[in-house]
Design a protein around this ligand. Structure first.
Ligand code: SF4
Ligand code: SF4
Length: 151
């Protein structure tokens, strides 16, 4: 798969650009509704994609080798679906032909994300909305490490 083809697999949901909090003791990972400050919430795209690694040191690269290890990737993520041998959903732009269907289907973060700008790390726990992986982890001790994403 070429680099352009790989990039086109991203459905533009923005879910992997949400701040995750990792519990120091257990490694449990929680999803917040805080978006990376570089995410353009309206389009659900990175506002400085070419320079993201320089500007956000914890932005995680998603490549074929890492998909399987990134347990916090949402189940709807096209990279996860392909890795698991599953079909893309109808709303994926490559299927629907429109970048808007991921929003119309309610899959993107457009309607519920808020920027992490101005939110202190110590206050981020308030924005936890659930476990970020497939486990049944529950909220426990103070979480602190932010994890980001992406390709
Ligand atoms: S979760 Fe997957 S499909 Fe959605 S924006 Fe991130 S990389 Fe793209
Ligand atoms: S997590 Fe990475 S790709 Fe997503 S908005 Fe932030 S810097 Fe850009």
């Amino acid at each position: 798969m070429s680099s352009a083809e790989w990039e086109s697999l991203c459905d533009g949901c923005g879910r992997c650009c949400m701040v995750k909090l990792e519990e120091e003791d257990t490694g449990a990972c929680y999803l917040t509704r805080l978006a990376c400050s570089l995410l353009d919430i309206g389009s659900c795209r990175c506002s400085d994609y070419p320079n993201r690694k320089a500007r956000m040191s914890d932005c995680v690269t998603i490549d074929p080798a890492s998909v399987r290890k990134l347990e916090w990737l949402p189940e709807t993520c096209a990279y996860r679906l392909v890795e698991e041998g599953r079909d893309l959903y109808w709303w994926h732009p490559l299927i629907s032909g429109s970048p808007e269907t991921v929003h119309a289907a309610g899959v993107s973060v457009r309607e519920w994300a808020r920027s992490e700008k101005g939110v202190k790390l110590s206050a981020m726990q308030r924005y936890i909305i659930g476990p970020a992986d497939h486990g049944a982890a529950r909220r426990q001790q103070p979480a602190r490490k932010a994890a980001r994403r992406r390709a």
